[in-house]
Design a protein around this ligand. Structure first.
Ligand code: 7TS
Length: 417
């Protein structure tokens, strides 16, 4: 394994012990751990340059503004954006998707128009569009998911039509691990006259992402899943689209001129960043990107591919484990959800916790997808660059323990199918 063991030393939290055992952290799809470089950047900002941005003309305010804008430029370059001003900082993917829905969506979608989503979306790429559709009288259409956990692309093509205004799709499923063919989807969506919104919460942290190569119009991501602090993330959009969109929030620092009855706004991205932004955390997100770039996203992806292969192989050994999603490594990443015949996913997670192993259990904010597979919940192990084969060996040993604790008879609520 190229990365795991020596990278782990960079992450203070991964040195912890839980119940007397080394912590095995397998929940990076929920949030990643943070390297020391990110923690140092946070502390350095507060100890040396803490001041509000875009307003003070004194030394530390200028330093804070320069560091905040440098972080934007770092993130923009990381995503292959044309210019730093195409990146709006938000609290994460959820806020970025709500921003697009509430501005572009509400002004461009009318009665009878259609918004195309997929059955594998996270709730944050469903609910904002439901709000728009209800307000504007539009209709939501869903691309079905195949039994193997891929999008049915022929069904997608058939769903596109003259009323399609928006196609909003995840790049990488947080449950199935499936990596969707965004360039192909974007090409068809554009041919139908729709804009393409990509939920890249699970792809940007794990593989090289280039917004231009994807053919996206909007792309949302979460900084806290890519080694940055919580409360960070952003929206990338083509600059012309940001210019054409109304503001999302009103307040200080997003205006050019305020009059009693109306205001004019600053140019993007500032038009979308009302009030005091998340300065320290965004600067530390820049440090996270520097850390990831130093290792290289190709190397991160290769490490995770190898570890995903190892995980799938080891899980196959455990009787009664059923893995969701594609088994072909060419179109899947390291979010590996599974069920066990003898225990409910919550019981699986609880037994694993007793061994110091952190996995998530539940619907992972993807109820439509779980329903599609006849499930209410699943357990999920999700990988990042700091995981190792040791972590997977611990997981597998933990699953054998689950079998010993719950017996070998299938549990009635474990897998309702
Ligand atoms: N989209 C996808 C595909 C996600 O996986 C998540 C978070 C979000 C959007 C929302 O991101 P946020 O940073 O705004 O919360 N996914 C998960 C998960 O799988 N477990 O916890 C959070």
């Amino acid at each position: 394994m190229a990365l795991g063991p020596h990278v782990r030393d960079d992450f203070p939290l991964l040195q912890r012990h839980i119940h007397g055992r080394r912590l095995v952290y397998l929940d990076s799809a929920a949030t990643s751990q943070k390297p020391r470089a990110v923690l140092d950047a946070l502390l350095r900002y507060y100890q040396e340059s803490n001041a509000n941005v875009h307003r003070g003309i004194y030394r530390i305010a200028e330093e804070a503004t320069a560091a905040y804008e440098a972080a934007r430029a770092t993130v923009a370059a990381f995503l292959g954006a044309g210019r730093p001003e195409e990146v709006v900082f938000t609290r994460g993917t959820t806020e970025a998707l709500n921003l697009v829905a509430a501005t572009w969506g509400r002004t461009r979608v009318g009665p009878g128009d259609e918004i195309v989503l997929t059955e594998m979306e996270h709730h944050s790429n469903i609910v904002p569009w439901q709000l728009v559709a209800a307000e504007r009288g539009a209709r939501l259409r869903y691309v079905p998911v195949t039994d193997e956990g891929r999008l049915d692309l022929e069904a997608f093509d058939r769903l596109l039509g003259p009323r399609t205004r928006i196609v909003a799709v995840t790049h990488q499923s947080n449950v199935l691990g499936t990596v969707n063919p965004i360039p192909r989807i974007a090409e068809r969506a554009h041919a139908a006259g729709a804009v393409v919104v990509v939920d890249a919460a699970q792809s940007v942290p794990h593989q090289p992402v280039d917004v231009r190569a994807l053919g996206a119009d909007f792309l949302a991501f979460s900084g806290h899943k890519m080694l940055g602090p919580t409360g960070t993330g952003g929206l990338w959009a083509r600059y012309e689209l940001l210019e054409a969109m109304p503001p999302y929030h009103g307040g200080g620092e997003m205006i050019a001129l305020v009059e009693p009855d109306r205001s004019t706004y600053k140019a993007p991205p500032h038009k979308f960043e009302a009030g005091t932004p998340n300065i320290a955390d965004s600067i530390a997100l820049g440090a996270a990107v520097d850390y990831l770039r130093a290792i290289g996203l190709e190397a991160v992806a290769a490490h995770e591919r190898e570890l995903t292969a190892y995980t799938l192989e080891r899980l196959r050994e455990v009787p009664g484990v059923r893995v969701l999603g594609p088994l072909d490594l060419r179109d899947r990443g390291g979010a590996i959800s599974f069920t066990m015949d003898v225990a409910h996913p919550h019981d699986v997670a609880q037994v694993l916790d007793g061994e110091g192993i952190a996995v998530r259990a539940g619907h992972h904010c993807a109820q439509l997808l779980h329903r599609r597979f006849g499930l209410a919940a699943s357990a999920r192990a999700s990988l990042h660059l700091y995981n190792t084969t040791d972590d997977i060996d611990a997981l597998v040993a933990g699953l054998y323990l689950v079998r010993r604790v719950f017996g070998r008879a299938p549990h009635p609520a474990a897998d309702p199918r």
